[in-house]
Design a protein around this ligand. Structure first.
Ligand SMILES: CC(C)(COP(=O)(O)OP(=O)(O)OC[C@H]1O[C@@H](n2cnc3c(N)ncnc32)[C@H](O)[C@@H]1OP(=O)(O)O)[C@@H](O)C(=O)NCCC(=O)NCCS
Length: 190
């Protein structure tokens, strides 16, 4: 059995990659789609949603396998200016669920939230989502959750030189592997 985290890679999405995000969300099976959006939503809703959400402020991490986006974590500040609150939402395609991808994506999202000074994290549809709750609990040292109000408080929501460095290192490593990924796709299609 393959370990998806070894076969895949996590990196931030570029603004030009809205199509990849849209296709990923449209591929979610009905139950995952319901959990992601808090109810059954039509394809047209998802198309509009991506057009809006990929805007300037969102930070979206993607989990890629062979160049295909199979999971995503979206962090979007709520309000304008130096927002202290953000919304986080996760989506992993069914064959890649329960293999630690959500855990890895939440770790990266928390690092970015901390580096942006985000203090409160609203987790979409957390209240009734057991698996998402279990996932959030794994981070209770960094995130205090009130499951009823689906708001998590980010502990020490201040960037430190080390936390900034960790994000920069993750991004530069992802950039190198993203380039390798593009190259290998080009070689395959040559
Ligand atoms: C919820 C979701 C993000 C979790 O991501 P994941 O990659 O499946 O989760 P992980 O493999 O990292 O597991 C996280 C924890 O969830 C629990 N978990 C995982 N799979 C489980 C399963 N099949 N049954 C019960 N609990 C499970 C475990 O506690 C696990 O921690 P552990 O591996 O240390 O035991 C993912 O399943 C998903 O996208 N679901 C559909 C959309 C959704 O619900 N989004 C969240 C709302 S925005």
């Amino acid at each position: 059995m393959h370990d998806p985290l070894i076969d895949g890679m996590i990196r931030k999405l570029w603004m030009t990659e809205a199509d990849l995000y849209r296709e990923h969300l449209l591929r979610l099976d009905p139950a995952s789609r319901r959990s992601r959006f808090g109810g059954a939503v039509a394809d047209a809703f998802i198309r509009n949603y991506v057009d809006i959400s990929i805007g300037l402020d969102a930070v979206i991490h993607g989990f890629f396998v062979d160049g295909v986006l199979r999971g995503a974590a979206e962090l979007r500040p709520v309000g304008s200016g130096f927002a202290q609150e953000a919304e986080a939402a996760f989506s992993i395609e069914r064959p890649w669920q329960s293999h630690g991808v959500g855990t890895a994506l939440l770790a990266r999202t928390l690092l970015v939230a901390r580096n942006r000074g985000i203090k409160f994290l609203h987790m979409a549809c957390l209240a009734e989502n057991r698996r998402m709750q279990d996932l959030a609990r794994k981070f209770d040292a960094e995130l205090t959750f009130d499951f009823d109000s689906v708001i998590g408080e980010v502990e020490a929501a201040q960037p430190t030189p080390l936390s900034l460095l960790r994000e920069i290192l993750a991004d530069s490593h992802s950039f190198a592997t993203a380039m390798l990924d593009v190259q290998s796709r080009m070689l395959k299609s040559a």
